[in-house]
Ligand binder design. Structure first.
Ligand code: IVH
Length: 670
């Protein structure tokens, strides 16, 4: 009896994988949905009753029950490199000449493939089973997203072969154009946030922690490489094109357009042909990839640090379209910068509908002479934000007028300001509601005070109804609990959540508070450097501008901005109010990770090139251990850490008698 059960389970698994293959890979489905569901249910039932026969490669395990808390890290066995880009046929000829000379007169051929616009992943098979899937990450290490990848039904969970058992496959995960559109219309019906394009949706989906949600998104994959040291050594893998054929035989989804090209001219023809049919494809591509076919030749040609020398990407020109500029709206940001935004007649371009484009600033509008009512050529390149390339002057209407620079803030009506040498126009009114709103939204951001529940519309209501005037008032909201609960769009539960998020934000470390306040030029990293350097707001607020400027990596603009902020009455008041609310204005005593007596309070100057660390890394270590890094040598300097080719700072240190240490001495101090 148990034998029969095992036999039936094996049979069901095979039937289901075969149906998946026919449905998702060859697009020739042979089972109707009902039969498929019945087989699946039967398998689930048998596995439940006979857990000894349930295996990880079963199709019932494509969706795992529990969400992952955090992806583990996967170190790629061989780095996942990127490709060098080329944009025209001359670049391709140059590439071919390099290949020719690197191969010293040997004969060679290329394989041309489509360049899919998605995200690269690696799939590991051990003993014929799919055991691990990872994102490319930084090329060296990626996220372990095995559970998410298992939901892609075209990825075989097990391989039926005596020869090909242990290998790694790489490919591109993507979402088809029409699937992307229906995901977005679903989002829009639910009032959810729209995705920018198919690639972003695929990448975002791969980052989700709950594979049940991933399974609900129609992800696809094309695989484009196969690697196995053992198979290569046994001469079972010889050429890239053969690998693609093997992958196809092993039932992986391999794109059908790949072709061998004997000469670079054939490569160019392929590029032309593909660019021609690009729009008819069901998925997005952004070019063609050209690879030397022979694996041993690939090996002898080798790689540069970032990309193989035996392959190149030929990128299609960014897609362009013409549309009408209906109006220009003005947005006022938290620092008062007024940004013009183009409101366009919606057009579909490279996978998404575009109805807005940033115009950056008024210099840009003048330079391109962009006027309301103009027909403009817009481009969407590799980046997601569309750009206005040019105005079609022959289509301009006679009565059009240049767009005037705003003399008054569009929100508060204050006279605007254009500082010398800056392209930006500002609303100088610190109390302009747009700026206040922007500052509050910045303050509550996840990477700042991380106060959940205060989205744009909620903040708007709180401001309108007079509950808050700026972000410092958030900490008094707890006294108005009852008044809040009766507001429209609020309820007991959401008010409790918001108030408790506000309370917990008081635990945020000094560096986050410093970033959240939103002082001009103070980004997240700068805030961290400054917080660690000064240790407290009292030391920072009384520091001289050149003392701030002296910090390694801090420039004069930042120093001046900080200096001004702390001398301004508004700045002082704001800090005092937040301090009274109980926010952290000094780094916690145990907070600077693990202080080290050799470093605590010591001032270091870095010069020359170090072997093991970049200067930034060394600086971070010093600051973490309680030391400080200064940009220039003075009598106050305790150590100068000198690497190779140290310059004038070293001479100055000698003159002043500052202790000079090498990288080895530095490590001893550590
Ligand atoms: S080969 C070392 N083949 O392009 C060779 N990559 O810029 C790199 N890509 O990270 C991979 N289609 O995400 C290769 N047919 C194809 C590709 C392809 C798209 C992506 C892949 C890679 C990026 C490199």
């Amino acid at each position: 009896m148990p034998r029969d059960v095992l036999k039936r389970i094996t049979e069901l698994k095979e039937k289901i994988s075969d149906a998946d293959y026919k449905y998702y890979v060859t697009a020739e489905p042979d089972l109707d949905d009902q039969t498929y569901d019945m087989l699946m249910k039967e398998l689930e039932k048998l596995e439940k009753e006979n857990p000894q026969y349930a295996s990880p490669d079963s199709p019932t395990r494509r969706v795992s029950g529990e969400p992952t808390k955090k992806f583990s890290v996967v170190i790629h066995s061989v780095p996942m490199l990127s490709l060098a880009n080329s944009y025209n046929f001359d670049d391709l000829s140059d590439f071919d000449k390099r290949v020719q000379s690197l191969l010293n007169g040997q004969k060679y051929e290329y394989v041309c493939e489509l360049k899919f616009d998605g995200l690269a992943v690696s799939l590991t098979y051990e003993n014929g089973a799919f055991t691990r899937g990872a994102t490319r990450g930084d090329g060296i290490k990626g996220d372990n997203v095995t559970n998410n990848l298992k939901t892609i039904k075209s990825i075989p969970l097990s391989i039926n072969s005596d020869v090909y058992k242990n290998f790694e496959v790489r490919g591109e995960v993507f979402i088809k154009k029409d699937d992307f559109l229906s995901i977005n219309s679903g989002q829009s019906n639910r009032g959810g946030k729209l995705f920018l394009n198919a690639r972003n949706t695929a990448a975002g989906t791969m980052k989700l922690k709950d594979s049940r949600v991933v399974a609900s998104r129609p992800l696809n994959i094309f695989v484009y490489s196969m690697r196995s040291a053992e198979l290569f050594n046994e001469a079972k893998l010889n050429s890239h094109f053969e690998n693609l054929t093997i992958l196809k035989e092993l039932k992986f989804p391999v794109n059908g357009f790949s072709r061998i090209a004997g000469t670079i001219d054939e490569v160019k023809n392929f590029c032309d042909e593909i660019e021609e049919i690009r729009d008819t494809l069901l998925y997005e591509i952004d070019g063609v990839v050209i690879k030397v076919n022979s694996l041993s030749q690939q090996e002898s040609i080798g790689n540069s640090a970032k990309s193989p020398r035996w392959a190149i990407a030929y990128k299609f020109k960014a897609k362009e379209k013409t549309t009408r500029l209906n109006s220009i709206t003005l947005q006022v940001g938290r620092t008062g910068i007024i940004t013009p935004v183009a409101e366009l007649e919606p057009v579909f371009l490279a996978g998404s509908t575009i109805s807005r484009a940033t115009l950056h600033n008024f210099d840009e509008i003048r330079r391109k002479d962009i006027r309301v009512g103009d027909f403009v050529k817009i481009e969407k390149g590799g980046d997601v934000i569309p750009k206005i390339l040019e105005v079609l002057l022959d289509k301009r209407q006679n009565n059009s007028v240049p767009f005037p620079e705003p003399e008054l803030c569009p929100v508060c009506g204050e006279k605007t300001d254009k500082p010398e040498g800056e392209a930006n126009i500002y609303c100088p009114n610190y109390f302009c509601t747009a700026q206040i709103q922007g500052r509050i939204e910045h303050f509550v951001r996840r990477d700042a005070m991380d106060i959940e529940g205060l989205g744009t519309s909620i903040v708007e209501i709180l401001l309108q109804k007079g509950f808050i005037k700026d972000f410092t008032d958030l900490y008094n909201l707890k006294n108005r609990r009852e008044d809040l609960i009766i507001l429209e769009r609020f309820g007991t539960k959401s008010v409790e959540n918001i108030l408790s998020a506000i309370e917990s934000s008081k635990d945020k470390p000094f560096e986050k508070v410093l970033f959240a306040i939103g002082i001009k030029h103070i980004g997240e990293r700068t805030a961290k450097l400054i917080a660690n350097h000064f240790g407290s707001i009292d030391k920072l607020s009384t520091a001289a501008a050149d003392e701030i400027d002296d910090i390694y990596e801090i420039g004069p603009a930042i120093a001046e901005s900080l200096f001004k902020f702390f001398r301004d009455e508004k700045g002082k008041k704001l800090i005092e109010k937040l301090r009274a609310s109980g926010l952290k204005f000094e780094i916690s005593k145990s907070g600077s990770v693990s202080e080290n007596e050799n470093f605590k309070g010591k001032i270091f100057v870095l010069t020359g090139t170090l072997g093991k660390y970049t200067r930034t890394e060394a600086g971070e270590i010093i600051e973490k251990l309680g030391g400080r890094v200064s940009a220039s040598v003075s009598k106050k300097t305790d150590y100068i850490l000198a690497g190779e080719e140290a310059g004038s700072k070293l001479d100055k240190a000698r003159k002043l008698g500052v202790k000079i240490i090498s990288e080895t001495d530095f490590e001893k101090l550590l």
